[in-house]
Write a new protein. Sequence first.
Length: 483
Amino acid sequence: RTHYSRQADGRKVLRSSLREFFASEVMHALGVPTTRAGSLVTSDTFVERDAMYNGNVKRERASIVLRIARSFLRFGSFEVAKPADAMTGRAGPSAGQTDIVKALLDHTAGLLNLQHIAAEQERYVAIFTEIVERTARLVAHWQCVGFCHGVLNTDNMSVLGDTIDYGPFGFLEAYDPEHVCNMSDGGGRYAFKEQPTVCRWNCEKLAEALQPFVPEKQATAALARFDAVFEASYVQGMRAKLGFSSALKVDETLVRDLLDTMQATGADYTHTFRVLSNNFALADAGSSADVVAKIISRCSSPVKMALAQELRARSRGSSIPKPQLLQLLQMAQRNPEMLQMFGGPPELVKAELEGELRKMEEVEELQRAAAALRRMPAEEKRKSDGAKWTAWLQRYAERLAAELPPSTPADANFDAARQQAMRRVNPRVVLHNWIAQEAIEAAEAGNYEQVRGIFEVLTRPFDDGDDHYANGGPESGAGLCVS
């Protein structure tokens, strides 16, 4: 009998299979490098699942997704020969057998079309450099489209720079850089804003696994490329989303202030860019007020923003009561050797305790912020949101005017061309969790025609439409996470 991960039975259910099938094809439609899904087959075999890990077990149909990829080789594949870690004692299943790593590198050379490089070490350095740059461009794609992967360990990173392994993923609704889509990620390691950092860290782990073949000096030089490639790809993507064909130094500040305004007002990420694509006209001075009205119509209410903060506070709560934690920290100051009773080096235990204290302080700050939002009148927030967006749009208009030749006024043709280009990169719809849930419930009820209808809408994300999938999700879905 095959042994499956975490004592599971190896069966995938219709719920998670449908999410993966939809995500693979939606990401492809959005132009993001990804593995694909060829088919989804369900069955009359039922398995028991506790989806929310709360004791509420449900019988679900076992299903199979046919996944398609140029390769399923991952960063983690190269850790098979990893020697024992000095801190944890963990080692790869074939520790020390570096011939396996060499074979994987030679295979990867063909995947990346680098087999023509004759000198072996030069070829291996080129492979690692290419993987780093592809990874940087991939995560830039994610950040531009508002995609949150959820579980970015080395086993979920493709050497080809494709999005792989769709589990507890999510797309941003209200823009929140702290958003965590995975309910088991209480510490926010894979939060939306952390994705570039985590992907770079995974490249560093890959470098460690390749040390016998990629010298540290060359690996360090390749890793240094990550930040530059990411920033260039991200800024280029955001310029396209804002309709800029030229590159000015002010662009990065304008993008940063746009995101700050989105966060402060709880603006819908996808909707905001689509409104700018459809409704803002430089030649029409009155369009600014219309754009502000449309954007703030989809800004989160104070209650919805408070719900998101409260959910995050609950997920990040410390497992140690505060009085006990403070006592342990006092012990660490007075008699650090006593910390050995917890089974680790005193400095490591102290660092973990300090981390718990920081987490506790963050939770308290989240709770204060949520309480303040609950006290805020909705109309007060709406006026504040309108002022913030009016100020940003004034600067956006000035930047758009810089696209024109000197002394040339904007006209309808200029706006039409820009709007058309923006609509090609700013989707009307993305796969929000509430949409996925609608498809799941339809599938579980046997209504596959409705599932196909939802699929058709989502895989044509840039097309206009009059369905409800471009509307905001339910108020209760603020900060929704997936297991």
